[in-house]
Design a protein around this ligand. Structure first.
Ligand SMILES: O=P(O)(O)OC[C@H]1O[C@H](O[C@H]2O[C@H](CO)[C@@H](O)[C@H](O)[C@H]2O)[C@H](O)[C@@H](O)[C@@H]1O
Length: 249
């Protein structure tokens, strides 16, 4: 991956020629201790609404969150969405697609993670369609224990994939990534034929950067850390400022 110190700020792209793909947590919303407390700031929502109009709809949020959570956090906007790292998608026409999973396997996973987190103060379970997240942000000293527990669960069935994120370990069923979601959107109107841009902050965004890079698009990492992205913005406020600059171009 690229060295963290050398990436420039992204070029200000034209809203009419670009397909915008944005991650949510750490990109449009500041990271906070409790996932349910995360918010998209009003000025960011306003910038997104204007960008949706300026791009004629070529703006999608691509997130690890569920579609239900994304709708709540982005209200009153109605955007194309990819949730649970590409497992579920809401397309521009409102049509929702979900990958199929073994619901019994998922239910067992959720039960096991809830059982584990309920025995340790501060650990959280976030159950989603197709995935369950084990959050340890309030107990960072338990990272190794949480990782070992998650690995034990994943060893039970090869369909379970571990996706480490920011103070979270997700146990996901299936192999879809944010890259798959972006590639799929890029085959559809109004995204097709535009230059893709993806902005994200986490290791799970790297699959999106790879797909965008393969399409000669613009990949932007938010914050520090090694990455396959070609550009960098420092934080969530800089992402909103970047969108505002695009709107002025
Ligand atoms: O792909 P994203 O939109 O960035 O979503 C990734 C995960 O974000 C959420 O967890 C992260 O943000 C929380 C709120 O700031 C924070 O408390 C947690 O430690 C982070 O890992 C969300 O809860 C997950 O479902 C997403 O997969």
């Amino acid at each position: 991956m690229t060295n963290q110190t050398v990436l420039p700020a992204p070029p200000v792209l034209s809203p009419t020629g670009t397909a915008f793909f944005l991650d949510l947590d750490g990109t449009l919303a500041e990271i906070v201790a409790d996932p349910l407390e995360a918010r998209v700031a009003p000025e960011t929502l306003e910038a997104l609404a204007r960008l949706q109009e300026a791009t004629q709809g070529a703006l999608a949020v691509v997130s690890g969150r569920s579609l239900v959570q994304l709708e709540t956090m982005l209200h009153p906007l109605h955007l194309p969405l990819a949730g649970v790292h590409g497992f579920e998608r809401r397309e521009s026409d409102g049509y929702v697609r979900r990958a199929e999973v073994d619901s019994d396997l998922l239910a067992d996973l959720v039960t096991d993670v809830v059982d584990f987190t309920s025995r340790q103060r501060g650990l959280l379970t976030e159950a989603k369609s197709g995935s369950v997240a084990l959050h340890y942000r309030k107990r960072p000293e338990l990272e190794t224990t949480c990782r070992a527990f998650a690995a034990t669960l994943a060893n039970r069935d090869r369909r379970i994939r571990l996706m480490p994120g920011k103070m979270v370990i997700e146990l996901t069923l299936g192999s879809l990534t944010k890259g798959d979601a972006i590639a799929e959107f890029m085959t559809l109107r109004p995204f097709a034929g535009r230059v893709p841009l993806f902005i994200g902050d986490d290791v799970t965004d790297e699959a999106g950067f790879d797909v965008v890079n393969s399409m000669l698009g613009v990949s932007v990492k938010v914050g520090p850390g090694l990455t396959h992205a070609n550009y960098r913005l420092e934080g969530v406020r800089d992402v909103t400022r970047y969108i505002q600059m695009v709107l002025k171009s």
